[in-house]
Design a protein around this ligand. Structure first.
Ligand SMILES: Nc1ncnc2c1ncn2[C@@H]1O[C@H](COP(=O)(O)OP(=O)(O)OP(=O)(O)O)[C@@H](O)[C@H]1O
Ligand SMILES: [Mg+2]
Length: 413
């Protein structure tokens, strides 16, 4: 049956019966001979007996102080699942049924015991047990593979998300770099004739200062030239590399200086500004002019989106691998990530941005504002400035709920 001898527990109060059963077992099971532990009564020793040390147990039904079924129940209650065979008397059908209900593996009628019937019953009981063990093993393996699969699936999803974000960022950067190169060329083409027009207009203004009507027209031309110059200078900021002056500065102070310029006007429009500044006052290497322009652009956008009033929450927060582990986990692990990151958030309760517009808002000249209200350069210029700082600018927005712009700037020592 097995290479190891079977350890069998027999509880039988009739010495002759026990002797006979042991003989049958030895004969029927062959080599290696089973190790048989026989007790004629169990009662008081039930508590000290360890049922788990046996491969199989055989109980007589009639045991005096406790019957075989009670004993069987006590074993099962302890969680012992070894095969248990019960000996019943002739015609004890009800006992047999009760025994099976209580968890017996099989029963044998005492008057009909033979080598064959006993070994067959034991083989059957052990087969059931092996099958159950195998089933349990398979179930556990299946459960484990399911867990492994779920984990692998989650990892795959996380990697796909990272890849998608990286891909979008690359696409956006490439697209903007391409537009930047074109814009730089066009700007220079425009600047020359513009300077000539501006020069002629100015000399005409001086020469014909007596012609009032002409002077008014010339002033109007000068105003428009100013407008074009402003656009061109924004475009050049967006397209030009270099020209940045990095120095150590406190982001909270920079934010405060921009907010103080615009907060009054916002209050008049019914917009409340909430500051949630990180008190650690960590300095960052930045081009202060550029960063102030970014903040102003973003606050202006928020102001416009909250025409009927609302709340702008401006927050700063220092992210570190210790405090924001998930941020560093989600970041593309192949790119070197700085020890610390300064996160600046502008969260408004404005109109929000339509899903189909989200990718377009960083393109120069994309605007949903009326012509006199916006040129569509604010975000593309801001994006380029933050990119030149080695940082990132992301947007989260829900229509009719609001928009949050998240800027992450690396903190370098
Ligand atoms: N906070 C915001 N809430 C809602 N929509 C926004 C927000 N920020 C930007 N947008 C959308 O993105 C568009 C592009 O913004 P961007 O700042 O580049 O240009 P603009 O504000 O239209 O013009 P400009 O900034 O040049 O005056 C906006 O027209 C608007 O549709
Ligand atoms: Mg803008």
């Amino acid at each position: 049956m097995t290479s190891k001898p079977l350890k069998i527990l027999i509880i039988e109060d009739d010495e002759d019966d026990a002797f006979y059963i042991k003989d049958l077992l030895k004969e029927g099971l062959g080599k290696p001979a089973p190790i048989i532990d026989h007790h004629s009564s169990i009662g008081s020793r039930l508590k000290t007996l360890n049922p788990f040390q046996y491969d199989l147990a055989m109980f007589d039904y009639r045991l005096g102080e406790i019957n075989g079924i009670e004993l069987l129940r006590s074993f099962r209650e302890q969680g012992c699942d070894i095969p248990i065979i019960l000996f019943t008397g002739q015609g004890d059908q009800e006992v047999a049924v009760e025994a099976m209900k209580a968890g017996a593996t099989d029963y044998l009628t005492k008057g009909k015991l033979s080598t064959e019937s006993v070994t067959q019953s034991i083989r059957y009981a052990l087969k059931l047990r092996n099958e159950a063990a195998l089933r349990k093993q398979t179930e556990e393996k299946l459960k484990k593979s399911h867990v492994d699969l779920t984990l692998a699936h989650r990892e795959l999803q996380a990697s796909m998300k990272k890849l998608k974000t990286a891909q979008n960022q690359i696409l956006r950067s490439e697209k903007l770099a391409g537009i930047g190169r074109m814009v730089a060329g066009v700007c220079h083409e425009i600047l020359n004739p513009l300077n000539i027009i501006s020069g002629h207009s100015q000399s005409l203004l001086i020469d014909k200062s007596t012609d009032l009507e002409l002077c008014q027209d010339l002033e109007s031309i000068m105003e428009e030239i100013q407008r074009i110059s402003k656009i061109i200078s924004s475009l050049l900021k967006f397209s030009r590399k270099g020209n940045m002056e990095f120095k150590k500065a406190d982001i909270n102070i920079e934010l405060e200086s921009v907010l103080s310029l615009i907060e009054k006007e916002m209050q008049l429009k019914g917009i409340e500004t909430i500051r949630k500044f990180d008190p650690n006052n960590l300095s960052v290497y930045i081009d202060t002019d550029g960063i102030r322009q970014v903040f102003l652009n973003l606050i202006n956008n928020a102001k416009f989106a909250m025409n009927g009033g609302g709340t702008l929450t401006v927050s700063t927060e220092v992210l570190t691998p210790e405090t924001n582990w998930s941020y560093y986990q989600e970041k593309d692990s192949t790119a070197p990530s700085p020890e610390k990151v300064m996160r600046v958030k502008f969260a408004d309760t404005g109109t929000g941005i339509r899903k189909e517009d989200i990718e377009k808002i960083f393109e120069p000249f994309f605007t949903t504002k009326p012509e006199e209200k916006g040129t569509g350069l604010g975000l593309s210029v801001s994006y380029a400035i933050i990119e030149k700082h080695g940082g990132s600018l992301e947007v989260e927005s829900e229509l009719d709920v609001g928009t949050t712009i998240i800027i992450d700037l690396p903190i370098r020592e």
